[in-house]
Design a protein around this ligand. Sequence first.
Ligand SMILES: Nc1ncnc2c1ncn2[C@@H]1O[C@H](COP(=O)(O)OP(=O)(O)OP(=O)(O)O)[C@@H](O)[C@H]1O
Length: 599
Amino acid sequence: MKELLFYVKRLRDYAGKKLYINLISSVIISCLEGVGIYLLIPMLSLIGVFSGGTGSIPFISGFFDFIRWIPEKWNLLVILSVYAVLIIGQAVMQKYQSIRSSEIQQGFIRLLRLDIYQALLESRWSFFVKKRRSDFNHVLTSELARVSQGTVQTMMLLTSLIFTVIQIAFAFWLSAKLTALVMICGIGFVLFSRRFVKGAKVLGDRTSELSQSYFAGVADHFNGIKDIKSNMLEKTNLNWFRALCGRMEQNIVQFVRMQSNSQLLYRASSAVLIVLFIFLSFEVLHVRAEQLMLIILIFSRLWPRFTTIQANLEQIVSTLPAFKGLTDLQRECREFQEMALAERDAQIRPFSIKEGISCRQVYFRYDSSHSDYALENINLHIPANSTTAIVGKSGAGKSTLIDILIGLFQPEKGQVVIDGVPLTADNLFSYRSSVSYVSQDPFLFNASIRENLIMVEPDASEERIWDALRFSASDEFVSRLPQGLDTVIGDRGIRLSGGERQRIVLARAILRRPAILVLDEATSALDNENEAKIQGALDRLKGNMTIIVIAHRLSTIRNADQVIVLEQGGIIQQGAYQQLSNETKGTFGRLLAYQTSGQ
Ligand SMILES: Nc1ncnc2c1ncn2[C@@H]1O[C@H](COP(=O)(O)OP(=O)(O)OP(=O)(O)O)[C@@H](O)[C@H]1O
């Protein structure tokens, strides 16, 4: 509940005056509607529906006093005109109120979206490593919409409550006894309906869980669609999907059933009560027709209010889990916050490396509750403007070491030192801004090649772009594309081959002219010819850039100045390529012998 109040407060802070104007206009609209309906009594009285006078009713007698100075034959016309003006006025106000409501609601959703998206971007890499990506999609789409809906509904509930209080006061003025009777019945129903509200909470929890599974499942399936197709797993996935959709359907139907039950109860009781009131009034109390009309009016104005309040409450309570989901994610983001983007950008200074990068007794583990370290007692030095290769079996810790070296992870123990200065929050972002990293799974946006390249260097000239493409041996295939640099590549660059994708990402990395270039298996998808071209280009960079390469194919690191061999999170060999290859009993020598014999 406190999460809900937090967002209501945010909505108030965000919308400010507009929100109050909207609340007031809702109340005015409701009052106008009420007055319009009460005007029916003098109208019907003038037409002659009621045989007696209507003077005993306070509102009506006041109205007749007001129109006494008008000639009698004009009375009906005046009442009808007032009625028309009221209804038109109400419609005009309603129009502006709907627009304002939509502006407030959409603006609020935008605010929430930006908030959470920025909070996510400002979180540390370790946060993303431990979370499922689909959970972010889930919160950013479905949960966010529910939060916004819940917040707006809370405001509507507030309006409903204000209006109900006004209506009750008005009804009391017209007939205290009757109103008290309706109120007692209403309160009885609210107490009785608490079980519906509890039911709504349970169903809301389930809706959140199911929709989280849905997002996770759909993301997993389409990320792994190739495996699904090639291993003919379609049926298994379809069965899973069918079962989940079935549960989602049941959950929603159950919610609607519950809501319909509570609404039915209200309507049925409303029918029974109104019949009872009329019967008692007419047969037992012998009240006059206009009084009876009043009873019906009060009842018909007040009773639906209880229904609306009940329905709003059920809806709001069912969205509470979404509020919790969003607040939890925001809290986690805060815990993992690296630095606010604006602050970070203000802190970045041009960065160059003169001596090199060192690791001093670095320890790192993914889960502090487990004793296993992914990296243990790492001591190394990477001289500036040299090429260092990191090799080792799968799972040895190569990618983790890279993440430590580029400052994405902070060591649990030990230090990363740049030119003798420890890497801390003060220099981290300047350092990171001088790194270009190409991963095993290069990422391209669904945009043109040009846009994909210049996102790292918006002012890059045409000449620099083509230089970068030449470097990555992609100039030929890009110039052959129908729109050249402006060719749009599919989602995640899917219309390019794996090797072409790697080469574009490599061009992007080099376009920034980084001080440090990190290639994590970045040429694994290339054919020998293109790989040789890139090797040549990397060799030409020697002496101008610090290059760190992870490579499984040892033939590609022949020209490295230094090779670091990792095994089970520790460095087991370190030295020049030639030196390590001569140590035939060492792990590197064995890996090399294994690869050369396999070729
Ligand atoms: N997100 C993670 N959570 C927990 N453990 C992890 C995570 N990522 C990696 N590890 C563990 O850390 C160790 C080192 O993994 P890392 O990815 O650095 O190895 P690698 O040498 O790069 O392997 P590969 O060559 O297969 O990419 C492995 O034991 C791995 O299981």
